[in-house]
Write a protein that binds this ligand. Structure first.
Ligand code: GAR
Length: 190
């Protein structure tokens, strides 16, 4: 009976999609949202959807055991990063070996690494004149965007695409595949 926690830093549209996908699921539950920004819209989404949410500071995350202790108390099995922008510290990596999954809005290994998130990724992809982009779902390790790739899906880029229209295409792929791939990784695919 996998119990999941979602880490998110901002809007939280992927978090919402994942929560809705697993509502009523026979075995997977989303038990907690963790957020590093007190004004992030994902917190409003969590409230509307009835999922408990916890806000934490940089000091909590990197200098204390507050988050691993909370995850243990909530009996969380796996962690999902859905638009979460901080590097995961060693104490959490070692508590969840091979059980942390991230989504990145490009085809890794290109356009990943520190500082590559959200619109910055799409701006870089368009500026480079790429003809395709997509999503990468991957395990998380101690480096940004370098863990083993689980799944990728592509979209094409036309000459009239902008970072904004590319972001929409990539979000569509995220909403279509992320929750489904999580279910498969947990051994509970539909
Ligand atoms: C998503 O596109 C996700 O892939 C990206 O942030 C966006 C969050 O949107 N993540 C990264 O860039 C991680 N490097 P959301 O808050 O609406 O789900």
């Amino acid at each position: 009976m996998p119990r999941l926690a979602i880490f998110a830093s901002g809007n939280g549209s992927n978090a919402q999609r994942i929560i809705e996908y697993f509502q009523g699921h026979p075995s997977i539950t989303i038990d907690l949202i963790l957020c590093n920004k007190p004004d992030a819209y994902v917190l409003t989404r969590a409230k509307i959807l009835g999922v408990p949410a916890v806000v934490f500071s940089r000091a909590d995350f990197y200098e204390t055991s507050r988050i691993p202790n909370l995850l243990e108390a909530k009996k969380i099995d796996s962690l999902i990063l859905a638009g979460f922008l901080w590097l995961i510290p060693r104490n959490i990596l070692s508590a969840y070996p091979g059980r942390i999954i991230n989504i990145h809005p490009a085809l890794l290994p290109k356009y990943g690494g520190k500082g590559m998130y959200g619109m910055k990724v799409h701006e870089a992809v368009i500026a480079a004149g790429e003809t395709e982009s997509g999503i990468t779902i991957h395990y998380v390790d101690e480096c940004y965007d370098e863990g083993k790739i689980i799944f990728q899906a592509k979209c094409s880029i036309s000459p009239i695409d902008t970072p904004e229209t590319l972001a929409e295409k990539v979000h569509e792929l995220e909403y279509r595949y992320f929750a489904e791939v999580i279910g498969e990784v947990m051994g509970c695919g539909t």
